[in-house]
Design a protein around this ligand. Structure first.
Ligand code: GRF
Length: 222
């Protein structure tokens, strides 16, 4: 990247995780560049043993554990997450393998400011085990999606997608790995667009100022 973004112009981002945190790592790596328009201000996990917390600490980023089991209900859990994010001055939220579903109240307090990454080409294959379900359904193209989070699960405006072929001998593990490699490219790009004010949302449609479409994927290749 070229000229550094002025530090106070970098959007402060909270990343929420539940596990290994490889997407978190891609965001940490991108944000290590002073020209990247976002900085990771806080990483929150609902699980104390999530490996992503180790990644955050190694990158010198503040961490917090907010264990859902310690709260009486979803409202109280969401309030604790909200307070931690606001205390850290976060302006945007990235969900990166965070395995809890927020209440509509929480989502509505962060309008167009929460991103999620999902390992399918939405709106196909919402929910869990989506790579296995893509293989079982006979799909020849799979991929990943970054979308804006709305109260409906895996249904908010789509910001960016990357496609990969599904090969005849794919297993859930091999397809997941191929998709994950694209997730690690897509999520930092999508966060940069949002953080630099290039995203417009109109109903359920998101567009990115200056974006071009110059690729087509056919699978299998003829
Ligand atoms: C990724 O496949 C992501 O798309 C999904 O959960 C997985 C998280 O992986 N939401 P990681 O923790 O980022 O490695």
């Amino acid at each position: 990247m070229s000229a550094p973004v002025a530090p106070d112009a970098r959007k402060r981002v909270g990343v929420l995780i539940s596990g290994r945190g490889s997407n978190l790592q891609s965001l940490l790596d991108a944000a290590a560049d002073p020209a990247y328009p976002a900085e990771i201000a806080l990483v929150i996990s609902n699980k104390a043993d999530a490996y992503g917390l180790v990644r955050a600490r190694e990158a010198g980023v503040a961490t917090a554990v907010v264990d859902h089991k310690a709260y009486a209900g979803r409202d109280a859990f969401d309030a604790a997450i909200d307070a931690a994010l606001r205390d850290a001055g976060c302006e945007l939220i990235c969900l990166a393998g965070f395995m809890r579903i927020f209440t509509p109240g929480f989502v509505n307090r962060w309008p167009n400011r929460i991103l999620n990454i999902h390992p399918s080409l939405l709106p196909s294959f919402t929910g869990l085990h989506v790579q296995r379900r893509a293989i079982e359904a006979g799909a020849t193209i799979a991929g990943c999606t970054v979308h804006i989070v709305t109260p409906d699960l895996d249904a908010g405006p789509i910001l960016a997608q990357a496609a990969v072929p599904v090969l005849a001998d794919d297993t859930e593990a091999s397809l997941s790995a191929r998709i994950l490699a694209q997730e690690h490219r897509l999520y930092p790009a999508a966060l940069a667009w949002l953080a630099s004010g290039r995203v417009r949302v109109d109903g359920n449609r998101a567009t990115v100022d200056g974006a071009t479409a110059d690729g087509v994927l056919l699978s299998p290749q003829p």
